[in-house]
Design a protein around this ligand. Structure first.
Ligand SMILES: *Cc1c(COP(=O)(O)O)cnc(C)c1O
Length: 471
């Protein structure tokens, strides 16, 4: 009998492991099925690591501990909260808008209860789910009719497919955008079954370019908000009101994809002016689309507002069913839109505007309060100071605008290996129970505090920081 075979015989059985106190406690927490599976996996791992060596702990208790660690890791939610201290308020990778309390409550109630989703309570018969928010959307945008789908990308796809399938869509070369990922206007057009007719040049497009492209096959004229970039210098674009006149004259619809949906004048909150949906509707576009989770501050959604006739046509497209939103989001959307009826209080009630409207001085005070706790957590290998920074709106909204902000800057005291030290520290912050997401600039870890509201939670979380230097 070889030494290997002898030690493998010493490995406990599944039943022996299950009899340990740790395994019994695990069964209480995770259920027998999961524990048996984890114990089997731990045993098989132990068996393979024992080949060629006898120096591996194979007691039942050790195996049970191993299985428990694995179960704890597996049960930790992957969808979990982080502190967004990146300086980008609407960070697409961090879930964009944080919802208003009213929206959270409405969504929670809708999840738990049966709701009149497609049911006309007055008449006692079938209704339309869009009816739940149509009135609010029309009131806030001045549009005749409205509908809602999964996101703005879906809204664009559905509008193009409904109004221009098998026909031509005219768009300026200066507006053939890529939003990120695979959302590129030319590709969306081809998927929607419409033929892209590019007009003008990258920097200059004139009225005559659009007029010259209109023909018997024209399905629509498309105007796209160049959300995430600006063309500067020798430029010319045809504004939507001029395009609306051209479209009307030639009896083709004008579709304006706004991207970020702004429902209030942002200047009131100290930001630069961004065209509102109501303004875009008033300019004469037949259809306007915009996002729910960008500057509007709601859940992911895509709104389509415009003429009654065209919205009815869009709603009859069988693709609408594939792109519709569920009751949870409709509840959150309705509650979010309701807040806009009281615009004076939006900087309290709507997190997106509350964050964006926060004054630098207030954020700086927070930074001063938090520096000692951060310094204590990172230890003497780093210096921690209050720093000025510039927040961004994010998600392609107001791309050139930064909002003066403040935060905490952390540098390594030993300059020689500071790049590596900062990267390691940043990773320790991300390993916290509530991961802290900042950004690294010139070997400095920066936490922009614009979006930090729960300071006491932040400090409690910090106590668990385990930077490599302290280990
Ligand atoms: C962001 C954006 C989209 C896509 O909107 P989602 O809601 O992210 O799907 C489409 N068009 C424009 C102009 C945008 O800015």
């Amino acid at each position: 009998v070889s030494a290997d075979a002898a030690s493998l015989r010493n490995i406990p059985s599944v039943d022996e492991v299950l009899k340990t106190p740790v395994a019994s406690a695990s069964v209480e927490r995770f259920g027998r099925t999961s524990v048996v599976k984890a114990v089997r996996a731990a045993l098989s791992e132990t068996r393979s690591s024992m080949r060629g060596t006898t120096a591996v702990a194979a007691e039942a208790a050790a195996i049970a501990e191993r299985a428990l660690t694995q179960l704890e890791l597996q049960s930790r939610p992957k969808v979990r909260a982080v502190f967004n201290l990146s300086g980008t308020v609407l960070h697409t990778n961090l879930g964009r808008a944080q919802l208003a309390e009213a929206a959270v409550e409405a969504a929670t109630a809708a999840m738990r209860e049966a709701i009149a989703l497609e049911f006309d309570i007055g008449e006692g018969k079938r209704g339309e789910r869009d009816e739940l928010i149509r009135e609010l959307l029309c009131e806030l945008t001045g549009a005749e009719a409205a509908t809602v789908v999964n996101n703005n990308a879906a809204a664009v796809l559905l509008v193009l497919n409904t109004l221009a399938k098998g026909r031509e869509s005219i768009v300026s070369r200066g507006e053939l955008i890529e939003i990120g990922g695979a959302f590129r206007m030319p590709e969306i057009m081809s998927r929607a079954g419409t033929k892209l007719i590019e007009v003008g040049t990258t920097n200059r497009t004139h009225e005559k370019d659009y007029v010259g492209a209109i023909g018997p096959k024209t399905g629509l004229i498309l105007k796209v908000h160049t959300s995430n970039y600006r063309i500067e210098g020798f430029t010319k674009e045809v504004k939507a009101d001029k395009l609306a006149a051209i479209a009307r004259k030639h009896k083709v619809p004008l579709f304006n994809d706004l991207g970020s949906g702004v429902l209030v004048d942002l200047e009131k909150y100290g930001l630069s002016h961004e065209q509102t949906v109501a303004e875009a509707v008033a300019e004469g576009a037949d259809i306007v689309t915009f996002s729910g989770d960008k500057l509007l501050g709601g859940p992911q959604a895509g709104f389509i507002v415009g003429s009654k006739e065209l919205i009815a046509k869009i709603n009859r497209n069988p693709m609408k069913r594939a792109l519709r939103v569920d009751k949870i989001r409709l509840a959150a959307l309705e509650a979010t839109l309701q807040l806009y009826r009281d615009p004076d209080r939006l900087t309290t009630t709507l997190p997106t505007l509350r964050f964006l409207a926060r004054k630098k001085a207030e954020i700086e005070s927070a930074a001063k309060r938090l520096v000692p706790a951060v310094a204590k957590a990172v230890g003497p290998a780093f210096e921690v100071a209050v720093a000025a920074c510039a927040s961004q709106v994010g998600s392609g909204s107001l791309p050139q605008e930064t909002v003066p902000s403040a935060g905490i800057a952390i540098r390594a005291t030993n300059g020689r290996s500071s790049g590596r030290a900062i990267a390691a520290l940043s990773s320790s912050f991300r390993a916290l129970p509530v991961p802290v997401i900042g950004r690294i600039e010139e070997q400095t870890l920066v936490f922009d505090l614009r979006c930090l509201e729960r300071e006491d939670e932040f400090v409690r979380n910090l106590a668990l920081l385990n930077p490599a230097e302290k280990r």
